[in-house]
Design a protein around this ligand. Structure first.
Ligand SMILES: *Cc1c(COP(=O)(O)O)cnc(C)c1O
Length: 404
C-alpha cells in the first residue's frame, strides 16, 4: 500500500466506527426556502411536505418578504462580493451602518462584524487576555467559545453548568492565583436545554470579584427580553454586560455572519488583532443590507417576538398536557425528554412519517441516558401548526409507549 492508500483506508475505518456507534450525521436535503412548511427530499427520492420544528428561525425572518427585498436592494446598490478583508477594501457604508445599529440594539458602544459567530468567539479571547489573566467558563459553553479560549494564553477555569457557587469558587481561585484581569464567559441560552444564564446573579458575583462578564447571545438576540434585545434585557442587566457575541445566522434572518459588541476599546483592539477579522473575508453586502432591515423590523415592533413567546407558551402547555416530560422554562427551545437514544430516534422517525420534522439528540451531544427531541418554535408557526405537531407527538408517543 502507498502512504496515500493507507491514509484513506484509515479514514474509511474511522468513518465506519462512527457509523457503528450510531453517531453518523447525515444531511437532510430541503428543496424550498426555510420556513414553517418545507419540502424534504430523501436519498431514495421520496419527497415530503413537513412542518419544520428544528430551525433556528426563531422570528420567521429567514424568508420574510421585507428581508428578502432588502437583500435584493443591497445586491443592486452594493454588488455581490467585495473580494477583500475589511481593512483593505472590504468596508462599505452598509457595514458601518450595521455595526452602529447592532450597538444601539444591544446597548453597547461599538460592534465588529465577523464571517460567523464561530469566528467572533474564536477571535475574541487571544487579543484581549494574556498569560497573567484568567478566563472562567461554563462547562457547557458552545464549542466556539471552548476553541477561542484554547487559542489564548490566559489561565482557564471551568465551573459546573449554571452553578453560581462553583463560579464563585473559580473566581476565588483565580484571584488567589494572582490573575490580573478575570473574564467570566457564558452562553446566554444553552442550546440543548434552553437554559437561560443567570446574568443578573452573574453580574453581582463578577462585581464582587472584580471580574468582567461576557455572553454569547446566539440563541437570544432578537427575541429574549421584552423588546428582544437579548438575555441581558430578559435578566434586567441591559447595558451591564461587558462583552456580547452573537450571530446573524439564527433569529436575525439566518443567513450567516457574527459579531462582537462591547466597549469602544475592546472593539478597536479586536480590529487590530483579532485573527478571523484580519485574515478572512468581509461579510457580503446582501447579508449586511438584509440585517439592517431585520433591525428596522425588530425596533419598529415587538410583534414577532411576542408571537414567538405566545407560541412557546402554547406548545409547552400542549405537550406537557399530553404527558410528555419536558424541561421546564420559557425559551422556544423545548427539550422533550425520551432518555433512551434508540427510542428518541424512533420517535423522530415516526414524527417525520406523520409530517413533523424534529431531530433526536443523544450522547455525546447530551449526557448518556438524557436523549431527547429538541423542538424549536418560531414566529412563522401558526396555532394550527402547533396543534398539529402536538397531536402528532401524542400519536407517536402513544405508539412507542412514552405517554398514556
Ligand atoms: C450557533 C452558535 C454559534 C455559531 O454561530 P455561527 O454564526 O453559525 O458561527 C456560536 N455560539 C452559540 C452559542 C451558538 O448557538
Amino acid at each position: 500500500m502507498t502512504t496515500s492508500q493507507d491514509f484513506h483506508h484509515h479514514l474509511g475505518q474511522e468513518l465506519q466506527a462512527i457509523r457503528d456507534s450510531g453517531l453518523y450525521k447525515a444531511e437532510r436535503v430541503i428543496a424550498t426556502p426555510q420556513g414553517a412548511h418545507i419540502r424534504t427530499v430523501a436519498a431514495d427520492g421520496t419527497v415530503r411536505e413537513v412542518l419544520n420544528m428544528c430551525a433556528n428561525n426563531y422570528l420567521g425572518l429567514s424568508s420574510h418578504p421585507q428581508v428578502v427585498e432588502a437583500a435584493h436592494q443591497a445586491l443592486r446598490t452594493h454588488g455581490y462580493g467585495l473580494s477583500s478583508v475589511r481593512f483593505i477594501c472590504g468596508t462599505q457604508d452598509l457595514h458601518k451602518t450595521l455595526e452602529a445599529r447592532l450597538s444601539r440594539f444591544l446597548g453597547t458602544e461599538d460592534t465588529i462584524l465577523y464571517a460567523a459567530a464561530f469566528d467572533a468567539n474564536g477571535g475574541l479571547f487571544e487579543p484581549l487576555l494574556g498569560e497573567t489573566d484568567a478566563v472562567i467558563s461554563d462547562e457547557l459553553n458552545h464549542a466556539s467559545i471552548i476553541d477561542g479560549i484554547r487559542l489564548c494564553k490566559a489561565r482557564r477555569y471551568r465551573y459546573k453548568h449554571n452553578d453560581m457557587a462553583d463560579l464563585e469558587r473559580c473566581l476565588q481561585q483565580a484571584g488567589a492565583e494572582g490573575a490580573r484581569y478575570k473574564l467570566v464567559f457564558t452562553d446566554g441560552v444553552f442550546s440543548m436545554d434552553g437554559t437561560v444564564a443567570q446574568l443578573d446573579a452573574m453580574r453581582s458575583i463578577c462585581d464582587a470579584h472584580g471580574a468582567l462578564l461576557g455572553v454569547d447571545e446566539c440563541h437570544a438576540t432578537g427575541f429574549m427580553g421584552a423588546t428582544g434585545r437579548g438575555t441581558h434585557e430578559h435578566r434586567g442587566v441591559f447595558g451591564r454586560v461587558d462583552i456580547i457575541t452573537g450571530t446573524l445566522g439564527k433569529a436575525l434572518g439566518g443567513a450567516s455572519g457574527g459579531f462582537t459588541s462591547a466597549r469602544r476599546e475592546v472593539v478597536e483592539l479586536l480590529r487590530q488583532r483579532s485573527r478571523p477579522y484580519l485574515f478572512s473575508n468581509t461579510v457580503a453586502p446582501v447579508i449586511v443590507g438584509a440585517s439592517i432591515a431585520v433591525l428596522d423590523l425588530l425596533e419598529g415592533s415587538t410583534a414577532l417576538r411576542d408571537k414567538l413567546a405566545d407560541n412557546t407558551r402554547h406548545f409547552r402547555k400542549a405537550i406537557a398536557a399530553a404527558g410528555f416530560d419536558i424541561k421546564p422554562g420559557e425559551h422556544p427551545i423545548v427539550p422533550i425528554m425520551v432518555f433512551d437514544a434508540a427510542r428518541a430516534q424512533q420517535l423522530a422517525a415516526r414524527l417525520l412519517e406523520l409530517g413533523v420534522y424534529v431531530v433526536g439528540f443523544f450522547f455525546p451531544v447530551v449526557p448518556k441516558g438524557q436523549a431527547r427531541i429538541r423542538v424549536q418554535l418560531s414566529a412563522a408557526h401558526e396555532r394550527a401548526d402547533l396543534d398539529r405537531a402536538a397531536a402528532a407527538f401524542t400519536q407517536a408517543g402513544r405508539e412507542l409507549g412514552l405517554v398514556p
